[in-house]
Design a protein around this ligand. Structure first.
Ligand code: C5P
Length: 403
């Protein structure tokens, strides 16, 4: 229970995602944390302070100039008497204020006055998140040491628009907070790791692409597990809808060639774990314009060309990491295919799994893997993808220690 006894100052700012903050308060308290809520004026338009206060079992602070609150606690004490300042949801407006050091209400004043770690869960319309001003503010805040969880991709609550902007789910926010407090052993401190995750999208034309069913769950979990053991992790991910793990350097890409470039740019590294389901082929010449359907005309043929094999490139690179690990998603002859892959790709270890549809592994939450190396085969039991990740990160730490 990492959060047990932790005092969390929860700042709720004004977005529709504020309704999720109610559940977040419960989840944090279930784990033994105390939650002291601060609501902006905007937040109170979306959820009532009565509901927030009842769930937190604490007074809700809303006003910078409340005589009573200032006398009893005061904004400086609010900012300091906690272990973490958590902002959920964090609106574009509040991020802008923080990035510029504005302090014109209680929430922004606390954020300027605090010397505690700050974790923000942004939530806003995708257009607002992708606006140059918000991007700028996000980079400034990251540079200032603010931690972020999300935003996530998906449909917005208030409109049918989809894109990046949805607040992370309460349990994802809880996990991010836990990761910040985790003081466990750091055997990979000072080691660099590069991890790939998710599918790639290979364009056919501006609106169509070739993809696969990879969710990114296994790769993301491995990146998070390595970071937890102290590694300096770069995670290169194709398009996924799950949250960026906390504490990793995130690089989002679409195509295999972009993924390769990002991976090579992350070298030198001590560890490479290539989990992404990279498309083997891409369309030889993707069309700049949408390919139109004309009645009576023949159906277009897609000419494919081979994509770079990222694992193989890394496995044979002059800056080859000490430990190179690949995955093998197979639907038949899992073990013998993995053995061939080990050789061909220059990997130290292949994590093989059977992704036949009946296993539900691809896109699912569990995984049953075999580890294939020069020294033999090891079958792991059926585990959650996070458990596979933790076991693998431990094994990596041991191998690195052995040199
Ligand atoms: O050959 P296959 O695609 O089955 O190999 C799977 C392994 O190789 C995975 O680790 C995957 O991330 C990696 N891979 C790659 N680049 C490719 C194809 C696969 O890095 N173009």
């Amino acid at each position: 229970m990492i959060l047990s006894g932790k005092r969390i100052l929860l700042i709720i700012s004004g977005g529709i995602a504020a309704y999720k903050s109610l559940d977040l308060i419960r989840r944090l308290r279930e784990r033994g944390a105390s939650v002291r809520p601060v609501m902006t004026k905007g937040a109170q338009e979306f959820v009532t302070s009565l509901a927030v206060g009842a769930l937190a079992a604490d007074h809700v602070f809303t006003d910078l100039f409340s005589r009573q609150d200032e006398q009893d606690v005061g904004h400086i004490r609010l900012a300091r008497d906690c272990d973490l300042v958590l902002i959920a949801p964090a609106t574009a407006d509040l991020l802008a204020k923080m990035a510029n050091g504005l302090a014109d209400d209680l929430a922004s004043t606390i954020l300027l006055a605090t010397d505690k770690p700050v974790l923000a869960a942004p939530a806003m319309n995708p257009k607002m998140w992708s606006h140059a001003a918000t991007k700028r503010n996000f980079e400034i805040l990251r540079g200032d040491g603010v931690h972020f969880i999300g935003p996530m991709a998906g449909e917005m609550a208030e409109s049918r628009e989809a894109g990046l902007g949805r607040m992370a789910e309460p349990l994802e926010i809880v996990a991010a907070a836990e990761a910040l407090f985790d003081g466990g052993p750091k055997p990979l401190a000072g080691r660099k790791a590069v991890v790939t995750s998710g599918p790639t999208h290979e364009p056919i034309d501006p609106v169509r692409y070739i993809a696969n069913r990879s969710s990114g769950r296994q790769g993301h979990a491995i990146a998070a597990a390595l970071a937890k053991l102290g590694a300096d992790v770069t995670l290169v991910s194709g398009p996924v809808t799950i949250a960026d793990p906390v504490g990793v350097r995130m690089i989002h890409v679409e195509r295999a060639e972009e993924m390769r470039d990002a991976v090579l740019a992350a070298l030198p590294a001590d560890i490479a774990v290539m989990v992404a389901a990279v498309a083997d082929w891409r369309v030889a010449s993707a069309s700049d314009q949408k390919i139109k359907k004309h009645p009576g005309e023949s159906i277009p043929t897609l000419a494919l060309t081979e994509n770079p094999d990222i694992l193989k490139t890394v496995g044979h690179h002059t800056m080859r990491p000490k430990l190179v690990i690949g995955f093998a998603a197979e639907t038949q002859d899992v073990e013998s295919n993995a053995r061939t892959k080990l050789e061909r790709k220059g990997a130290d270890l292949i994590v093989a799994n059977d992704v036949s549809p009946a296993t539900g592994i691809m896109g699912g939450t569990r995984n049953s893997v075999k580890l294939i190396s020069q020294s033999g085969v090891e079958q792991w039991p059926d585990l959650a993808k996070e458990e596979v990740a933790e076991k693998l990160a431990k094994l990596i730490a041991e191998r690195i220690k052995q040199g």
